[in-house]
Write a protein that binds this ligand. Structure first.
Ligand code: IPD
Ligand code: CA
Ligand code: CA
Length: 279
């Protein structure tokens, strides 16, 4: 469970972070019940390679019930089917990020909850977010203009200057039409950096980027619930998030590059030329 010092610290910041964190805890309690084998988990496949379990669904129900009770005037979009559109303030909820890991008993998964305001040009202003890793007990959280934290520790992105020293996180795109471009990016980046990692929960990949555990992260075609909270946490840790051309509307495309300003620039120089249609 989350340390009471952390909860009282979060309570001094904005109400929306507090709600995001409380909602994440509710989802996490459900996930732990399944993880510990106290409830039996049914596994289904939504699309090829895209799993959904009873744990995903019950976690989503717990989170969404809580958010709707606390903020009935705001919208909620969650991965397993909740789509409640009542205003431009939107909770993006991933009730279990890393379902394949969860099913496989690979202990890397999280609950991710981000709050954004939809702007008239259809882009989003990220306001608050919380990501809870119930296995490690780490809670990542942040609010626009107020910084981001892991528990009580202020987060800062990597200070490395050279791509050659960088360890980069990534994820593999599921859509077959995305794979060739991704593999070209991988082939270009890999020789220039120290190592590449792929643990399988994008929300945590972003939090680890905010923490400087990764020096950068890139992935294709993610959903807003995967990245709303984590990308805010990266930016509040001094990082930059964009798509692979440098455009800030990554929440819409789901193509995200997150890194310190120095490394973001260096990686963009490699990724951008690969985005033209001839590639
Ligand atoms: C997945 C994870 C994974 C990423 C996938 C996502 P899910 O989320 O974040 O790291 O590579 O694209 O869909 O389906 O386990 O919530
Ligand atoms: Ca996810
Ligand atoms: Ca999920």
């Amino acid at each position: 469970m989350i340390d009471s010092h952390i909860l009282s610290f979060v309570h001094q910041t904005s109400r929306s972070v507090r709600l995001a964190l409380e909602a994440a805890i509710r989802g996490g309690e459900v996930l732990l019940r399944f993880w510990q084998g106290l409830s039996s988990n049914r596994v289904g496949e939504k699309n090829r390679g895209d799993l959904v379990t009873q744990a995903d669904i019950e976690s989503e129900n717990a989170i969404v019930n809580f958010l709707q009770k606390e903020t009935p005037e705001w919208s909620v979009i969650a991965e397993e089917g909740t789509e409640r559109a009542v205003s431009d303030m939107i909770w993006f909820v991933d009730p279990l990020d890393g379902t394949t890991n969860f099913v496989q008993r690979f202990p890397i998964f999280a609950i991710s909850i981000g709050l954004a305001r939809r702007l008239p040009n259809n882009s989003h202003d990220l306001l608050a977010g919380a990501v809870w890793n119930p296995i490690s007990g780490e809670v990542f959280w942040g609010a626009k203009g107020e910084g981001s934290y892991c528990g009580l520790e202020r987060l800062r992105v990597s200070t490395k200057e050279r791509l050659a020293d960088a360890v980069i996180g990534t994820g593999f795109p599921r859509a077959p039409e995305e794979l060739p471009r991704y593999l070209r990016e991988f082939a270009e980046l890999y020789p220039h950096c120290r190592a590449i990692r792929r643990p399988g929960a994008a929300s945590l990949d972003l939090c680890w980027t905010a923490q400087g555990i990764y020096d950068a992260f890139w992935e294709h075609c993610l959903a807003p619930w995967d990245i709303a909270a984590g990308s805010l946490i990266v930016m509040e840790a001094g990082g930059i998030c964009s798509d692979f051309r440098g455009d800030a509307r990554y929440l819409k495309s789901g193509n995200i590059l997150a890194a310190s300003p120095v490394l973001h620039q260096q990686i963009l120089m490699i990724l951008r030329p690969l985005q033209s249609d001839k590639h």
